[in-house]
Design a protein around this ligand. Structure first.
Ligand SMILES: Nc1ncnc2c1ncn2[C@@H]1O[C@H](COP(=O)(O)OP(=O)(O)OP(=O)(O)O)[C@@H](O)[C@H]1O
Ligand code: SF4
Ligand SMILES: [Mg+2]
Length: 332
C-alpha cells in the first residue's frame, strides 16, 4: 500500500505577466512586467488533515488554491493528488476521474451559486455530472440528505439562493461541494464574508463534517485566529513564499519567524494574559519589485546583514519549518 500523502505540492511557482499590450510597450519604451505571485511553495496534506495557509492580502494564498484544484496552471512545480499529477498533459483522463474527489469552496457564497437555479438543482448538479445516482428519486433523496447534513431543511431545496442568509448560503455551497463525495476540499476564505457569530457556526460545521467523513482540507484565511482551532498544521505565507510551517500549538506557543510573531502579536488577547496587542506594522511590498534577499527584511525588527542579500531557504527545525537567517544563525 502506498504511504504517499493525499496531496503533495512541490516547488509550486506562479508568475503573472501584467505587461501593457505590445504596441503600448513599444511606444512608451517599457519592458514586460511580471508579478511573482507564488514562489517555490511545497507542502503535503494527508487524508483527514487540515493544512491552513495564512498571510496578508496579496501573499499568494488564492493563487496556490487555484493551482491545487486545477483552475490555474503553474509556471513551474507540481501538484500530485492521490497519485495523479494535476498538470501533466499525459494524465488528463486520470485527472478527469479525480475531479469528483476534490472540490472548492469560495469566500463569497452568493457569487458562487447560480441565482437562477433552485437550491436542489444546484446541489444535484455534481451528482448528475458525475453520474452518482441511478434515477431522479435517488438524486432527490441524496439532496435532502445533504441539506440535512449541513443543517438546512430538506424543503429548503425548493428555494432560490437569494432567499437565504450569508451563512445559509455558505451551507448550500458546502452541501454542493460534498455532493460528489470528495476526499479533499480547498476552502478559500470560507467564512470571511460572514458575521463573526456565523463564522463560528460554519467552522464548527466544517470540523464536524471532517470528523464524520474523513475529509482533508486546505483552508485559506488571512486570519490566524480563524484557523487556530481548525488546522493540523499552519503554513504562514509572505509575498508568495512559505516562511513558517508548524502545528497550531507550536506556532502559537513559540512563533519563530518574525513575520509569524508580528501576526500573532496583532491578535486580540483572548486568554486575557495581559499581553499587549501590537498592530501589524508596515505594508506588504509590491510583488512586481519585491525586496531582494528575505522579502520581509524592510519590515523585520531583527534583520541583519545576510537578510537583504540572500533568500533564506525553508529549513526543518524539529517538527517545524522556518525560512529565516536569524533562526538559522541561532539569533532567535
Ligand atoms: N490573474 C492575475 N493576474 C495578475 N496578477 C494576479 C492575478 N491573480 C493574482 N495576482 C497577483 O498575485 C499576487 C497574489 O494574489 P492572491 O490573490 O493569490 O493573494 P491572496 O493571498 O489570496 O490575497 P487576498 O487575501 O487578498 O485574497 C497579488 O499580487 C495579486 O495581485
Ligand atoms: S531572514 Fe532576516 S529579515 Fe527575514 S525574517 Fe529572518 S531576520 Fe527578518
Ligand atoms: Mg485570496
Amino acid at each position: 500500500m502506498s504511504t504517499a500523502p493525499l496531496v503533495e505540492v512541490k516547488h509550486l511557482t506562479r508568475v503573472f505577466d501584467v505587461s501593457k499590450p505590445w504596441l503600448n510597450r513599444l511606444i512608451e519604451g517599457e519592458g514586460r512586467i511580471h508579478v511573482q505571485a507564488v514562489t517555490d511553495v511545497s507542502f503535503t496534506v494527508g487524508a483527514g488533515e487540515t493544512l491552513a495557509l495564512v498571510g496578508e492580502s496579496g501573499s499568494g494564498k488564492s493563487t496556490v488554491a487555484r493551482m491545487v484544484v486545477g483552475l490555474l496552471p503553474p509556471t513551474s512545480g507540481t501538484v500530485v493528488i492521490a497519485g495523479v499529477d494535476m498538470w501533466a498533459p499525459a494524465e488528463a483522463a486520470e485527472r478527469q476521474k479525480l475531479r469528483r474527489r476534490l472540490q472548492m469552496i469560495f469566500q463569497d457564497p452568493y457569487a458562487s451559486l447560480n441565482p437562477r437555479w433552485r437550491v436542489d438543482r444546484i446541489i444535484a448538479d455534481p451528482i448528475r455530472a458525475f453520474g452518482l445516482a441511478a434515477d431522479r428519486a435517488e438524486i432527490e433523496h441524496r439532496v435532502g440528505e445533504l441539506l440535512a447534513l449541513v443543517g438546512l431543511d430538506p424543503s429548503d431545496g425548493r428555494k432560490y439562493p437569494h432567499e437565504f442568509s450569508g451563512g445559509q448560503r455558505q451551507r448550500i455551497c458546502i452541501a454542493r461541494a460534498l455532493s460528489s463525495n470528495p476526499e479533499f476540499l480547498v476552502c478559500d476564505e470560507p467564512t470571511s464574508a460572514l458575521d463573526v457569530s456565523v463564522q463560528a457556526q460554519i467552522l464548527n460545521l466544517m470540523r464536524d463534517l471532517q470528523d464524520r467523513m474523513g475529509l482533508a482540507y486546505l483552508l485559506i484565511s488571512h486570519n490566524l485566529a480563524v484557523v487556530r482551532h481548525m488546522a493540523t498544521r499552519i503554513g504562514v505565507m509572505y509575498l508568495g513564499r512559505l516562511v513558517e510551517v508548524a502545528s497550531p500549538a507550536a506556532l502559537f506557543a513559540e512563533p519563530r519567524h518574525p513575520y509569524t510573531r508580528m501576526l500573532i502579536d496583532a491578535l486580540p488577547d483572548l486568554a486575557m494574559s495581559g499581553r499587549p496587542r501590537k498592530p501589524i506594522e508596515g505594508e506588504i511590498p509590491n510583488p512586481i519589485s519585491p525586496p531582494g534577499g528575505c522579502a520581509f527584511h524592510p519590515r523585520c525588527p531583527l534583520a541583519f546583514a545576510p537578510c537583504s542579500a540572500q533568500v533564506p531557504p525553508l529549513r526543518e527545525h524539529g517538527a517545524r519549518s522556518v525560512a529565516c537567517h536569524a533562526v538559522e544563525a541561532g539569533r532567535i
